[in-house]
Write a protein that binds this ligand. Structure first.
Ligand code: PEP
Ligand code: MG
Length: 575
């Protein structure tokens, strides 16, 4: 039995698919004259195979995303069959007596280097396509199997070293029953996505890819953090019973979805869902969300080959607005960077991406992206109750700049007689120590705060949220983080503003009494957690929770804090 970090709850059974991409190793040896034709043939066969694969991917993309999006693969096939490219590769093999893989690598690299030098964004993006196609061609020449996570045909449990959020966004979860990774943390975006998708997952196991072989039968139980490889029949039967019990428990909780989150003494807490796309609004309804406390719009930008236009964004946001039917939606501008890259955007190679070009910094530098997005949100605000939120703020200067941009866009829309909610509220995420410390000043500038405890914890404690090696140090309930949370709530209330939490701490059952006692106004979480959190809140006395919070904030260690919370939670039968 192996364990890791439970990232998304559930129990599933199935065969393992080990997703281990073999490295491309170019054959640099010179070839003899008589082998020239063999190498040329290898190139043509690999090209044919690549074409077939691309056609199949295109076919799947058409079913999933429609004709227009799938047409991008036409240009990939055109690049693959480009006559110039073919001529150059063949002539290199003939003249230099090199292998077909070496020739492909050389020519593809030359093309990429010359495209990357250009200023034109479109041509720069073409370099990314050529790298992709070149890699496919090389793998086919070298007979390296290509596993396309989007195109898996049998039901499996995915075993892999790591998964990026954009890989996760493209995966076919009708076939992938769950996943287990070597790397990753509970608050990494891949784990957050797994919870929204209700896909059981355990991350950060360290070395699962070395312990499991392809086709091993696996039990993945992320409720109790256990992975069983090739279980006995008896074990399978036992786990099927546990799985059934779990389904029933879940069903019972869902039946409570419409209860209100009101403490015993009448304090109402707003309970929201965190979503990444329209599909997640279905989960938010199923589990009884009262609003959308965080719409991570960057997911609309991922798993594709170009930026969504203003119109496309408008339609996507409008659809969410209509589904939410007047309930508020806190829509966060694109938070890209860190662990979320876009294949079509040239991200610099950074030593510390989480401290680098991320979130609002990208939007401020690439102002057209921000303008398009704000325009789309404002237009959609005519169809529902949006509140705009900016991520990763660190200064008043940023807020001044952003408010000014927002004002300019509003003016333009007005001039063009385009409808939008003129009273749309503006908020910011408090997810850096800086913003928490200056929350007194920030509260004057905006209508609300939403504390992103995932990042606030990583930046306050200097502990990477996705690094399993230091996951023990990642403590959102450390006195330092709690001190900042309390400060932010207090400063917002002093200015008659409100504060929510949309980081994972909002659904931490152990912490709820404390957060209520600290005076939090809204909690937003993965939909699946909503019923259980509502249920806990209904058993809390606000008066007693306030006394608890006072005591907790006087403690100086995590263990003292957790002991106090456990005592309170047990005494009041909260968990
Ligand atoms: C957070 O940092 O807590 C947050 C909600 O934002 P994200 O997880 O998307 O970084
Ligand atoms: Mg964040």
């Amino acid at each position: 039995m192996i364990s890791g970090i439970p990232a998304s709850p559930g129990i599933v059974f199935g065969k393992a698919l080990l997703f281990k991409e073999k490295k491309i190793k170019i054959n640099l040896k010179k070839i003899s004259k008589k082998n020239i034709n063999i190498e040329i043939k290898k190139f043509f066969q690999a090209r044919e195979k690549s074409k077939k694969q691309l056609k199949e991917i295109q076919h799947q993309a058409k079913k999933k995303f429609g004709k227009e999006k799938a047409s991008i693969f036409d240009s990939h096939i055109l690049i693959l069959e480009d006559e110039e490219l073919e001529k150059e590769i063949i002539s290199l093999i003939k003249k230099k007596f090199i292998t077909s893989d070496y020739a492909v690598e050389k020519i593809v690299q030359e093309q990429i280097t010359s495209l990357e030098k250009l200023q034109d964004e479109y041509l720069k993006n073409r370099a990314i396509d050529i790298r992709d196609i070149g890699n496919r061609l090389l793998k086919n020449i070298l007979n390296i199997p290509i596993i396309d996570l989007n195109n898996i045909q049998k039901k499996i449990i995915l075993i892999t070293k790591d998964l990026t959020p954009s890989q996760t966004a493209q995966m076919n979860f009708k076939k992938i029953l769950g996943f287990i990774t070597d790397l990753g943390g509970k608050t990494s975006h891949t784990s957050i996505m797994a919870r929204s998708l209700e896909i059981p997952a355990i991350v950060g196991t360290g070395n699962i890819t070395k312990k499991i072989n392809n086709n091993d039968y696996i039990i993945l139980n992320s409720i109790n953090n256990e992975i069983i490889i090739n279980p006995s029949k008896k074990q399978i039967t036992q786990f099927k019973i546990i799985q059934e019990k779990n389904f029933k428990k879940q069903k019972k909780l869902i039946s409570l979805k419409n209860i209100q989150a009101i403490t015993k003494d009448g304090k109402k807490i707003k309970i929201g869902a965190n979503i990444g796309n329209y599909a997640d609004t279905i989960g938010s309804k199923k589990y009884g969300a009262e609003c959308i406390g965080l719409y991570r719009t960057e997911f609309l930008f991922m798993g594709r080959n170009n930026f969504p236009s203003e119109e496309e964004q408008f339609l996507a946001y409008k659809k969410v607005a209509q589904k939410m039917n007047g309930k508020h939606i806190i829509i966060r501008t694109m938070d890209i960077g860190g662990d979320k890259n876009l294949s079509y955007m040239n991200f610099p190679k950074e030593e510390n991406p989480f401290l680098g070009w991320r979130a609002i910094r990208v939007s401020i530098d690439k102002i057209k992206i921000l303008h398009d997005q704000i325009k789309a949100i404002l237009r959609a605000s005519a169809f529902g109750k949006f509140k705009i939120m900016f991520p990763m703020i660190i200064s008043i200067e940023e807020i001044h700049f952003l408010k000014n941009e927002l004002q300019k866009i509003k003016k333009k829309l007005k001039k063009n007689k385009i409808n939008f909610d003129e009273k749309i509220e503006l908020g910011i995420m408090i997810e850096t120590p800086s913003s928490a410390i200056i929350s007194k000043y920030l509260a004057k500038e905006v209508d609300f705060f939403s504390i992103g405890t995932n990042d606030l914890t990583q930046y306050t404690l200097a502990v990477d949220r996705g690094n399993e090696i230091i996951s023990d140090l990642y403590q959102p309930m450390s006195p330092a983080v709690l001190y900042l949370i309390k400060k932010v709530i207090k400063e917002s209330h002093k200015k008659n503003k409100w504060t929510g939490i949309c980081g994972e701490l909002a659904s931490n059952e152990q912490a709820i009494s404390l957060l209520i006692g600290m005076g939090i106004d809204e909690l937003s979480m993965s939909s699946i957690s909503i019923p259980i959190i509502k249920n806990i809140i209904r058993k809390i006395s606000f008066k007693k929770a306030k006394i608890l919070a006072k005591k907790v904030l006087q403690k100086s260690t995590v263990s003292e804090i957790k002991t106090l919370l456990n005592k309170f939670n047990t005494e009041h039968h909260l968990l």
